[in-house]
Design a protein around this ligand. Structure first.
Ligand code: DGL
Length: 271
């Protein structure tokens, strides 16, 4: 049993999409969230910059005495989870990619045509293809598409909207048709916010969601390591490096609560 908080982080608001699963399944857990809204998106930045920002966030999480870190960001997971684990060997660190890759490996068969959607950095790293094939060598029909405009649009709240639908079609119409995709892996924690658009535009497609799978992995790891909380030790706190109007609107939309009920704070992590 451990009543210290769990530290979730992302380049922006995307990682918030993991939080409702935790709130519903594990209401005793206290959450510290950091979204680097001032520096988002990470997905087209260089690995060195992503690494530098991530180490700052890691330090902030450790100062907050977290019992576990959750990299609710595929881009960071693909770039520098190894360095973070090396620096903090005593803290379990959950990736967004491995749990999602495991679900793909366990639930798909060689007949499936699997489309992996993610940021440029995540796709370029090859992390999804490598991890899926590590776990299931028979899955050969793995196709990747980088969709760099999704994150800035989502951060702007441009979601239930014709501009988003056109952007989805721009990136994916040919991809879906040419490879006869039947399964989409949302390999970016921002993308669950457009899963309704994807289901509407490509009806019948099976969606695997990295935000959900990261949250499920948190539950499993807490249980396995005997780290579950047995009572709430304080409020959840949501930090962002820029408290813009967009961020305030999006956090309310994702968590379904009024801003007054959410403990939202500004945190600048610049060195
Ligand atoms: N939500 C992120 C991910 O899962 C990062 C997106 C970005 O900042 O480009 O990759």
């Amino acid at each position: 049993m451990d009543n210290r908080p769990i530290g979730f982080f992302d380049s922006g608001i995307g990682g918030l999409t993991s939080i409702p699963y935790i709130m519903r399944r594990l209401p005793d857990e206290r959450i510290i969230f950091f979204g680097d809204t001032a520096r988002t998106p990470y997905g087209s930045k260089s690995p060195d910059t992503i690494r530098q920002f991530t180490m700052q966030i890691g330090e902030f999480m450790v100062k907050n005495n977290v019992k576990m870190m959750v990299i609710a960001c595929n881009t960071i997971s693909a770039t520098c989870i190894g360095e973070l684990r090396e620096k903090y060997p005593g803290i379990p660190i959950i990736s967004a990619i491995s749990p999602t890759a495991r679900v793909v490996a366990e639930n798909c068969n060689p007949g499936n045509n699997i489309g992996i959607l993610a940021t440029k950095v995540t796709i370029k790293s090859g992390a999804y293809v490598d991890k899926i094939q590590d776990k299931n060598k028979n899955l050969k029909n793995l196709f990747s598409a980088a969709c760099p405009a999704f994150v800035p649009l989502i951060e702007e709240g441009i979601i239930d909207n014709e501009i988003m639908d056109l952007t989805i079609k721009y990136y994916l119409d040919d991809f879906m048709k040419d490879y006869e995709i039947d399964t989409l892996v949302l390999g970016c924690t921002h993308y669950p916010l457009i899963s309704a658009n994807l289901k509407r535009i490509y009806p019948g497609v099976n969606i695997i969601n990295s935000s959900k799978e990261a949250a499920v992995a948190v539950n499993i790891e807490l249980e396995k390591n005997n780290l579950l909380a047995d009572s709430r030790s304080g409020d959840n706190v949501f930090y962002a490096s820029d408290l813009s109007e967009n961020f305030m609107n999006m956090i309310q939309l994702i968590l379904g609560k009024e801003q007054e009920e959410l403990n939202i704070r500004f945190k600048n992590l610049d060195l």
